[in-house]
Design a protein around this ligand. Structure first.
Ligand SMILES: Nc1nc2c(c(=O)[nH]1)N[C@H]1C(S)=C(S)[C@@H](COP(=O)(O)OP(=O)(O)OC[C@H]3O[C@@H](n4cnc5c(=O)[nH]c(N)nc54)[C@H](O)[C@@H]3O)O[C@H]1N2
Ligand SMILES: Nc1nc2c(c(=O)[nH]1)N[C@H]1C(S)=C(S)[C@@H](COP(=O)(O)OP(=O)(O)OC[C@H]3O[C@@H](n4cnc5c(=O)[nH]c(N)nc54)[C@H](O)[C@@H]3O)O[C@H]1N2
Ligand code: SF4
Ligand SMILES: [Mo]
Length: 912
């Protein structure tokens, strides 16, 4: 059906371009600027188009030469992006599942938009689906570009349920750990390390930034190499980054936290830190005492202000509850807080010490010798790395990117941030630098707060932890909805807690509880809290959530009355939809707003300009959400008002612009209306006229307001401005975790200070215990040519590159010393079995010395099961067939490598 029809239409297109009469006609070259859509690095892109015989085609994509983010460069995925637009497998019209077919079969008939929406409307009404019975699922595209619309849509339609796929994989498990220390929760855009100016770079469990290619990081890393920085990479596999490092340390998977805790131990014991920075800008000198439960808690005065002491005094002095300067007390008097409190100090009637001292006690036993056992790295090496990192300035420990993998990763990322803070390298040349837009947003938020006000548009104005707290508050509390239901993830957690069962403290946009809700096992207010309809936009859970079987079951469940998927390609999830709505690809759409330029150190603004008109019957996300609002609640005005309230885009103006755009019959009238108003508002804010802003953006793709050097002088956090943490300081002690502990969460994951968190790949066995002959730790990672679990491995250029070294990319990497005894050689078909759960998948072996002897490594990103993805179909091994459903207790981060696998040649392949 459509796949075949699609292929023909694709050929048709090529045929038009090749007609001899047209080939001779003049071709006109033009440029448009846009933002790449293949990863959250958000590279600025220059699009070259050629118009010939009235047909305008995108012919080349390049890094935007004016961009200080990606510096005119882009990666292979980005460059071949135009092939997504011209992919013959694209979804070209709305599709409705054929009557009598089952979900999963991919049997669809083309339909008009009107028909598709009428179908959704009929189903919604016939099944009487209530707003809280809807769940939205979005990937990073919908998160980053359309958050303002998606969150407003959810709240306006009273849908308390959103699963955002980057969260449990990435943002909440990984970045949130970093953010607990630095406060800058910013969804994929927290920190861009200033590799250019660093002399020492330590990479811990990370390859995606440099070797997997995030261009803005890679170009800076390349500069660092040229400048002679020393690079050390901790990876069980010789990743692209490890290959470029001066030192590759083959660490045993799941043990990086031990390595980093030992570094913390050495650096604290040997005083390898910037003591003035710690005393002045962090909570290291704050006083703590043990509570009745024997846990460290901050000591405060009656007004809840933190206390410090000076070296030669026992008098506790209160500091401002929020601020960035510990060298002045709450009354503005100079104070020199001690990092080590005088012996015998008592505060509020209890023996008290500083956070620094408490932290030293907590890591006392975590010596390099201790870490050597689990990591398999000798103690002398760990001690040497700690000393090198602690004495070379400026030094960077890369913050890491992907979270998940292990129970310990949130803590690992926290400890990495602490190590970085020990050398003072936060928001400083040669250290971690926050994005220009983030600086600007935080400064504006502080200004409003200083005036005693509340920010008017929380989605666009709240920066860092206050933003995270707002998101938690909005969906965790049933009082925000007239139906009284909080998100099912929160209801499920409460139900588990009441039953004394394991639960999750902050299931922020997580999937815990979805299955129970679908199966009618979740109760709320005495009634089942059901999920009966799913709206999936730019997400592919069947391939990228864990495990695939769980999602297939959820999506196939008869309890789920309606599944709507918005995508550009027939992903593995789309076969499970009842209706598929095709989105225009990024080269065919102008964005509904102007954005800050991601993690760019400069303060820049950017947007997308459509390079060509949409090739097919596709639509824009804001317009789809508006139509869905009409169906779900009929409250379109409330949708506009919610956008206004949350983002500051004036509803009346949008409404007027929308009516005008609609009357012209143009596509995406709502998106266009939002864009028009966004241009007007941004121009007002930047104090230039709209035409000038538009001209600059058309000619250069970015509008630069302030450069990095100026921003660091005026906005550096915490040097000049406070950080958006609870206290405004760098937080070694985490008040958020103290609050969760007081709420009853006792697992080591909630340690208020740095501490060990157990990883259980083989229950009952330590990391160093010998593995069985056919047993391996499992590790996965990104490949430079594929994005996420993405359909872009269907891209013909990418597919060709990947197949060129197929054994490397599609194979399971195992060491020859382990492969030979198993009789396994490169190219052999193998059965990979999860030793913990019995899940299994077929694959092929790649026998190589580039991997740790204990480890089986697989790239995580290839292929698809949907035959409609004609070039990706059947490639690689879906890692989510091996990964079980197990999450950690803080944010429901996936413990996606916490098991071992057994490897065997497939029986059929064995000679008789
Ligand atoms: N197997 C596997 N799973 C993973 C990962 C992995 O590498 N491998 N990575 C994990 C990580 S770190 C993250 S952050 C998440 C990311 O997960 P996602 O952000 O969801 O990323 P993708 O899997 O690339 O994209 C999901 C879907 O978006 C569609 N899409 C692409 N462009 C557009 C568009 O313009 N509009 C619309 N409507 N749809 C579009 C794709 O066709 C695809 O079906 O995945 C996590 N899960
Ligand atoms: N090409 C490409 N680049 C991307 C993306 C993409 O989809 N494709 N996505 C972007 C996104 S959203 C993310 S989250 C990042 C992800 O980027 P990263 O966070 O770097 O994640 P991965 O690439 O999955 O894995 C990084 C490395 O970790 C190693 N590793 C696995 N387990 C362990 C362990 O226990 N300890 C140590 N020390 N190393 C281990 C793997 O061998 C791999 O080389 O990439 C970003 N960049
Ligand atoms: S790093 Fe590559 S895929 Fe990511 S935004 Fe840049 S060009 Fe696109
Ligand atoms: Mo990610």
């Amino acid at each position: 059906m459509t796949a075949a029809a699609g292929a023909t239409a694709g050929l048709e297109l090529l045929r038009v371009a090749r007609q001899p009469a047209l080939a001779q006609a003049e071709s006109v070259e033009d440029h448009a600027y846009t933002i790449c859509n293949f990863c959250s690095s958000l590279c600025n892109v220059r699009v070259t188009t050629r118009t010939r015989g009235g047909v305008k085609r995108v012919v080349k994509l390049d890094g935007n030469p004016y961009s200080t983010l990606n510096r005119g460069k882009m990666c292979a995925r980005g460059q071949s992006g135009l092939r997504q637009t011209y992919d013959s497998d694209r979804i070209k019209t709305p599709l409705i599942r054929v009557e009598g077919s089952k979900r999963g079969e991919f049997a669809f008939r083309p339909a008009s938009w009107q028909e598709a929406f009428a179908y959704i409307d009929r189903k919604t009404k016939a099944a009487a689906i209530k707003p809280f019975e809807w769940t939205m699922i979005g990937g990073w595209t919908s998160c980053v570009f359309y958050m303002n619309w998606a969150v407003s849509f959810a709240l306006a339609n009273e849908i308390p349920n959103i699963i955002a796929s980057p969260m449990q994989h990435c943002v909440t498990t990984g970045h949130f750990g970093t953010d607990m220390v630095t406060g800058n929760f910013n969804i994929h855009e927290e920190v861009l390390a200033d590799f250019d100016n660093a002399r020492y770079i330590l990479m811990v469990a990370t390859n995606g930034g440099v070797g997997g290619v995030s261009t803005c990081r890679m170009v800076r890393f390349a500069a660092a190499k040229k400048n002679g920085a020393k690079v050390v990479a901790l990876d069980p596999r010789r990743s692209e980054t490890a290959a470029k490092a001066d030192e590759w340390i083959q660490i045993r998977p799941g043990t990086d936290l031990a390595f980093c805790l030992a570094m913390l131990n050495v650096m604290l014991e040997e005083e390898l830190y910037d003591d003035i920075f710690l005393a002045r800008r962090t909570n290291m000198p704050f006083l703590v005492a043990k509570n009745a439960a024997g846990e460290w808690r901050l000591e405060t005065d009656a007004e809840k202000r933190p206390l410090v002491v000076e070296e030669d005094s026992t008098e506790a002095r209160a500091l401002a509850a929020f601020g960035n300067d510990n060298f002045h007390d709450a009354r503005g008097k100079p104070v020199q807080p001690a990092l080590v409190a005088p012996e015998g100090l008592r505060v509020n009637g209890k023996p008290a010490i500083t956070v620094m001292q408490a932290q030293m006690l907590e890591v006392r036993d975590f010596t390099p010798e201790w870490a050597a056992r689990s990591t398999g790295v000798d103690a002398a090496t760990i001690r040497r790395i700690a000393r090198e990192f602690g004495t070379t300035r400026p030094a960077i420990i890369d913050p890491g990117w992907h979270g998940a993998r292990y129970n310990s990763v949130l803590m690992l990322r926290r400890v990495q941030a602490m190590l970085q803070a020990l050398n003072g390298g936060i928001d400083k040349f040669g250290g971690w630098i926050m994005g220009g837009e983030f600086h600007d947003k935080a400064a504006r938020m502080y200004k409003v707060h200083a005036g005693g006000g509340e920010v008017s548009a929380p989605l666009t104005m709240l920066a860092g932890m206050p933003f995270a707290k707002m998101v938690v508050g909005a969906f965790s509390d049933g009082k925000n909805f007239s139906h009284g239901h909080p998100g099912w993830a929160w209801a499920w957690s409460a139900q588990q807690k009441a039953a004394g069962k394991p639960h999750v403290a902050l299931p922020v946009m997580a999937d815990t509880g979805l299955e129970e809700s679908v199966k009618g096992k979740l109760m709320f207010g005495g009634e089942p809290y059901r999920t009966r309809a799913l709206l999936i936009n730019a997400a592919n859970p069947v391939r990228h959530y864990y495990p695939d079987s769980r999602w297939k079951e959820i999506l196939s469940s008869p309890e789920v009355e309606l599944v709507v998927a918005v995508d550009v390609l027939p992903s593995d999830t789309t076969p499970y939809a009842d209706v598929i709505l095709p989105n225009s690809t990024y080269l065919e759409r102008s964005e509904p707003t102007i954005y800050g330029n991601g993690v760019d150190h400069d303060l820049c603004y950017t947007t997308r300009y459509a390079a060509i008109d949409p090739l097919y019957e596709t639509e824009e996300t804001p317009d789809i959400l508006l139509a869905m609002t009409h169906i779900i609640s009929g409250a379109e005005d409330r949708f506009l008002e919610t956008i206004d309230k949350l983002t500051g885009l004036p509803a009346a103006e949008v409404k007027e612009a929308y009516a005008r755009a609609k009357s012209t019959g143009r596509r995406g009238p709502f998106s266009a209306a939002c864009r028009e108003v966004s241009f007007r508002e941004t121009a007002k804010e930047l104090d230039i006229d709209i035409a000038a802003l538009d001209r600059e953006l058309r000619q250069k793709g970015i509008y630069r307001k302030t450069d990095k050097a100026t921003l660091l002088q005026t906005h550096a956090m915490p040097h000049v401005l406070p950080l958006p943490t609870d206290s405004g300081r760098i937080e070694f002690y985490a008040p958020l975790l103290a609050a969760l502990r007081d709420g009853g969460h006792s697992a080591p994951n909630f340690n208020v200070l740095a501490g060990d968190v157990p990883v259980q790949c083989r229950p009952g066995k330590t990391a160093e215990a010998p593995l069985d002959r056919d047993e391996f730790y499992f590790a996965y990672g990104k490949v430079p040519t594929v994005s996420y679990a993405s359909t872009n491995s269907n891209n013909p250029v990418i597919a060709a590159i990947n197949q060129f070294r197929g054994e490397v990319y599609f194979g399971l990497w195992i060491h020859p010393d382990r492969a030979h005894p198993l009789g396994v050689a490169t190219g052999d078909e193998i059965e990979i079995t999860n030793a913990l759960t019995g899940q299994s998948a077929r694959g092929h072996a790649f026998v190589t010395r580039m991997v740790h002897r204990d480890v089986a490594f697989h790239h995580s990103s290839f292929g698809g099961e949907n035959k409609a993805l004609t070039r990706a179909f059947g490639l690689g091994t879906a890692t989510n067939k091996l990964i079980p459903y197990q999450v950690e207790p803080v944010v429901a981060g996936f413990r996606s490598q916490e098991f071992t696998v057994k490897v065997a040649k497939t029986v059929e392949a064995r000679p008789a």
